[in-house]
Ligand binder design. Structure first.
Ligand SMILES: *Cc1c(COP(=O)(O)O)cnc(C)c1O
Length: 401
């Protein structure tokens, strides 16, 4: 068949904050024959990816892999550790925190939602005050989104842990790292997190379809008496059979091939280098945004996200019309504003498989798009980013011959 439209040359720029660009190596790995998930080869693969994921979460405890989107892993965290009517304290950081809260309500939990302005992270002082007031220990869990993908704000998880400890409160700490794991430093054990939730399609550079729980001994003990109904998500059967590298139901075998490859890429670059690379991209992007004279949504520089930057559109201009211009003319997808930020912000994803030039191309597409869409701005954003990238130390992209 003759195509009605010519194929756009060059690669599509997928600069939304997840799904992120999937590296060729990962795509090639996924393109292998599906094997018997009860056969001997599979056990080796299962053990390798489970142990690799422990290194990424920085935990000695259990990691669970579900064939599910991140939303499934949210549900798994709640239903394994809690009982109907349990009180949970959740922080309103943005759209994703709000979705997790809605899920908790649907599951029959009693949620106290600490309100936020969608421009700051979770407030550790508020958590501490609220827990200190809960002398009966009615609150069973504190839930925080590490990197709020709707706003580009990263919450300080060690500060939340300290707040819980200062209040001498036994609540479990649950953290959503769906958009931060593999891009921003995260330490499940050291930070005393009980359940960490994550997903495959953001920092881990995989297609959507896998999600994760990292589970502390305390969370596992809580699951013994927790009474929310659960079956598919049950940690117990998973952990028992995972010991030999197998799963209680058919796993997403081909995505696990991809995970094996992605883990190899992350470890060969070195997790600390991966985090430093993302920090540089975040800083370069913010310099571009400031040079354009536009406003960054995140108000607290200590909470700037290294995964994405949300940019406020000038009054009277549509963020969605601008994104459409960029897609039409430059074949690049930028993230849309979600729920109350709809049409008011656009989000620049700078996570996963990208390098200095990918970022420069992304920022060039935005600068040209601002011009084409008639959005008031100053020129020189790309130049500001280039000056920073060329002048700031980074691990060599390619080893010298
Ligand atoms: C993407 C995302 C989710 C939702 O994950 P799905 O895979 O779409 O179910 C939840 N929380 C955060 C922080 C996210 O970035």
């Amino acid at each position: 068949m003759i195509p009605l439209h010519s194929h756009p040359s060059g690669r599509h720029f997928l600069q939304i904050p997840g799904p992120s660009n999937v590296p060729d190596r990962v795509l090639r790995a996924i393109d292998n024959v599906t094997i018997d998930h009860r056969g001997p080869e599979f056990g080796e693969l299962g053990r390798a990816v489970l142990s690799g994921m422990k290194k990424v979460f920085k935990t000695e405890s259990h990691v669970i892999i579900y064939p599910a989107s991140g939303t499934g892993a949210w549900e798994a965290a709640l239903v394994n550790a809690l009982s109907p009517g349990d009180k949970v304290l959740m922080a309103e950081t943005g759209h994703f925190a709000t979705l997790w809260k809605k899920m908790a309500v649907k599951l029959g939990l009693e949620v106290e939602f600490m309100d936020g302005d969608w421009r700051h992270g979770a407030d550790a002082d508020k958590v501490k005050a609220r827990l200190q007031a809960d002398t009966e220990h009615a609150i069973k869990a504190v839930c925080v989104v590490h990197n709020e993908t709707a706003t580009g704000v990263t919450s300080n998880i060690p500060a939340i842990r300290k707040a819980i400890d200062a209040a001498k409160h036994p609540a479990l700490l649950m953290v959503d790292t769906i958009s931060s794991l593999g891009s921003i430093d995260y330490r499940h054990d050291e930070w005393g997190v009980d359940v960490t939730v994550s997903g495959s399609q953001k920092g881990l550079m995989l297609p959507p379809g896998l999600s994760f729980n990292a589970v502390s001994a305390k969370a596992l003990a809580a699951s013994e008496s927790a009474r929310l109904p659960r079956s598919y998500w049950d940690w117990k059967e998973m952990i028992a059979i995972n010991a030999k590298g197998y799963f209680p139901y058919t796993p997403a075998t081909n995505l696990l091939y991809g995970l094996y490859e992605a883990l190899d890429m992350l470890f060969s670059e070195g997790l600390d280098n991966v985090f430093a690379r993302h920090d540089r991209f975040g800083e370069a992007t913010r310099r571009a945004v400031r040079a354009w004279g536009l406003e960054i949504l995140c108000k607290n520089p200590a909470e700037y996200s290294s995964v994405l930057t949300a940019v406020i559109m000038p009054e009277g201009h549509s963020a969605d019309a601008f994104r459409k211009t960029v897609l039409t003319h430059f074949n690049m997808s930028l993230g849309q504003g979600l729920s109350k930020l709809s049409d008011k912000v656009f989000r620049i994803g700078h996570l996963g498989d990208l390098n200095d030039l990918t970022l420069c191309g992304t920022l060039a597409g935005i600068e040209m798009g601002l011009d084409k869409a008639g959005v008031p701005h100053r020129k020189g954003g790309v130049q500001a980013a280039m000056d920073y990238l060329a002048g700031s130390a980074a691990a060599p992209a390619v080893k010298a011959a």
